[in-house]
Write a protein that binds this ligand. Structure first.
Ligand SMILES: [Cu+2]
Length: 508
């Protein structure tokens, strides 16, 4: 039988190969030799470092966006992982709730970190108040089903199985109980990092981000409790595409943080169930990408593809302060389905690298504004039917910033000769119901506002829900010297079904 290769030997060979001119994958970080990898790691054949040594270790699990500390061990151990399946209602967007099925109470599930060669004793506990049986398939497991059939667990039960983590890498885990697509769509996925024996090169900050697509019976941002829509799932037509299970999970006060001069590592997974992610950070370039979560890294990457059921490790260094926007660059998903997160970097300006002028709203839109919480508050009172004008105005203000201000400007003054003013508009004053109509149906052809003619095109924004149209309109009517008043969501719904106001001949 093959004698297991000790990690120290692997490291020595690696160092020797590195010296011998084996290029491409040795880290540039300040870790001495031994951190390099050979051109062929040997995979699972060389991942068995013998029986576990020492006392069993209880794995440290973290909730996103946090990552457990480095393993920092030079021998294989027995590691005990206990993961709870929890079914619970949580917000998927402001004012929108959804019944998630989770590993550890969060979407994505708890982050697990072990070392290659470790023997992992896995306990899956399904909470007694669960309605469904669940199981777990870890892509880092060598063995049929990845643990799925070994862990099929009814509510109120616990299952146990043991595996040896033979391959290093960043792996997705997920529930594989039928209907599998539904279990995954409800949030049942997470990441397990199997560190190579020498560990990952050290960085200043590590974060855990995972994309997923969600299928609700209602429209994007339609308020209230939303059920799972199986047909949308089958059609691969998600209502939401999200990082960390909630629109705004990583924006505003919850944005990821770093300081200039620091190195940042993102462990990014994609739970799917359907979409492939074109993962990109606006304003950054990945210095290194361990693509597909494997052993090699590519350098100087703009956008990396993360398959459904796949992952990647991304390193970059922060030079310039400001907001960096994490997106799926299939860009409608970012701005119309929620696939947007923010890393906020603090530090000294570096004008020699970047000259400045930050306009958050251009890219981040309404999600830049932490007062979007007002939208949630408004949504709650909307559900009970009593929304005051003030609440509508508050909610509308945040939405206006993201939806209308790019053209009409934050102060409603518009742009001379291009975008008509909403502030003190006599066209609005003549009939306040024109506002929701224009929002829903757009406007083309000549229109005279305060004595000046405009003849351009405003696109319809029918993607907004009735609530949102009512709140934006009420905000406009109660701002900048406009006549005041209130548009209800019922009025918005009726206007949606009715005709537009465009004067252009082509309109029909
Ligand atoms: Cu499940």
């Amino acid at each position: 039988m093959r004698k297991p290769l000790r990690p120290v030997i692997v490291a020595t060979i690696a160092a020797a190969l590195a010296l011998a001119g084996c290029k491409g994958d040795q880290a540039t970080t300040a870790k001495p030799a031994g951190k390099a990898t050979t051109s062929d790691t040997g995979g699972s054949l060389k991942g068995d470092f013998g029986p576990p040594q020492g006392e069993p270790i209880e794995a440290v699990l973290t909730s996103p966006p946090l990552v457990p500390p480095a393993v920092n061990r030079d021998y294989p151990a027995k590691v005990v992982v206990t993961l709870d399946v929890v079914e619970k209602d949580m917000e998927i967007a402001d004012g929108v709730t959804y019944t998630f099925w989770t590993f550890g109470g969060t979407v994505p599930g708890s982050f697990i970190r072990v070392r290659q060669g470790d023997t992992v004793q896995f306990h899956l506990r399904n909470m007694p108040d669960s309605k469904m049986p669940h199981n777990i398939d870890l892509h880092g497991v060598t063995g049929p089903g990845g643990g799925a059939s070994a862990t099929f667990t009814a509510p109120g039960h616990v299952s146990r199985f043991t595996f040896k983590a033979l391959n290093a890498g960043l792996y997705v885990y997920h529930c594989a109980t039928a209907p599998v697509g539904m279990h995954i769509a409800n949030g049942m996925y997470g990441l397990i990092l199997v560190e190579p024996p020498e560990g990952m090169p050290p960085v200043d900050r590590e974060y855990y981000v995972m994309q997923g697509d969600f299928y609700t019976t209602g429209k994007y941002r339609e308020k209230g409790h939303q059920g799972f829509d199986m047909q949308k799932g089958v059609d691969e037509n998600p209502t939401y595409v999200l990082f960390n299970g909630r629109e705004g999970a990583l924006t505003g006060d919850k944005a990821l943080k770093a300081n200039t001069g620091e190195s940042v590592r993102l462990y990014v997974g994609n739970g799917g169930p359907n979409l492939v992610s074109s993962f990109h950070v606006i304003g950054e370039i990945f210095d290194k990408v361990w693509f597909e979560g494997g052993t090699r890294f590519q350098e100087n990457v703009q956008t990396t593809l993360i398959p459904a059921g796949g992952a990647a490790i991304l390193d970059f260094h922060v030079e310039v302060p400001g907001s960096y926007v994490l997106v799926d660059h299939s860009i409608f998903r970012a701005f119309n389905k929620g696939a947007l997160a923010i890393l906020k970097a603090d530090g000294e300006e570096r004008p020699e690298i970047f000259s400045g002028k930050e306009v958050d709203a251009t890219y981040i839109g309404d999600q830049a504004n932490p007062s979007l919480a007002a939208v949630g508050a408004a949504a709650k009172s909307a559900a009970t039917g009593d929304l005051t004008v003030e609440e509508q105005v508050k909610a509308g203000e945040a939405l206006f910033a993201g939806t209308c201000s790019t053209c009409h400007q934050a102060n409603g003054q518009g742009l001379e000769g291009v975008f008509p003013p909403l502030a003190g508009s006599d066209w609005i004053k003549a009939d306040p119901k024109r506002v929701p109509n224009v929002v829903l149906h757009g406007l083309t052809g000549p229109v005279t506002v305060n004595g000046k003619e405009y003849n351009s095109v405003m696109p319809p924004m029918s993607q907004l829900t009735d609530d949102e149209v009512a709140n934006i309109s009420t905000y406009v009517l109660n701002s900048w010297g406009n006549p005041g008043g209130k548009i209800t969501k019922e009025e918005a719904a009726a206007i949606r079904k009715g005709p537009g106001l465009s004067t252009a001949a082509a309109e029909h």
